[in-house]
Design a protein around this ligand. Structure first.
Ligand code: FES
Length: 148
């Protein structure tokens, strides 16, 4: 297992944490702190520690499985060795309990002028109206009493 390497601000939005096998990308503007990653693999994802992601604390398959539980698309992975074959998932939009609309499948989110705000396989969109980062959920629904 190789040591975690950190590449800050690849595109001024995303940080990368990598080993020789896998890269974890983290895009903070999309994160609404579901804590799924922390609960799934606490030895890798620990928001009380810096750096908060230590990719080398688990195997690439475990890291990939934990990142797949991220509902917002803020965490993504790229395999560097023996990339797993992925099948295209149909687009799905699911309302979470008292929280955002969770979009999964290949998605591209555009602003009113048609500029791409986000392109990926998961996104969490605000449905409470309170996010300061619309159209993305920023976790405000946990504080404003939203019931959906
Ligand atoms: S649904 Fe999360 S901030 Fe609105």
């Amino acid at each position: 297992m190789s040591e975690t390497r950190i590449s800050p601000n690849r595109d001024n939005l995303t940080k990368e944490y990598a080993t020789d096998d896998i890269v974890v990308e983290w895009e903070p503007r999309l994160c609404y702190h579901s804590q799924n990653c922390v609960r799934s693999l606490p030895q890798v994802f620990d928001d009380s520690r810096r750096p908060w992601i230590k990719v080398d604390a688990a195997g690439a398959d475990e890291v990939e499985a934990a990142v797949a539980r991220c509902p917002s698309g803020a965490l993504r992975t790229r395999r560097l060795v023996a990339p797993a074959a992925k099948h295209q998932q149909p687009l799905e939009v699911r309302a979470s309990a008292d929280g955002p609309l969770l979009v999964s499948g290949r998605v591209r989110i555009l602003d009113p002028e048609g500029a791409v705000l986000f392109e990926g396989e998961r996104a969490a969109l605000c449905r409470c109206g309170g996010s300061a980062n619309k159209p993305f959920c920023d976790g405000t629904h946990k504080k404003n009493g939203f019931r959906g």
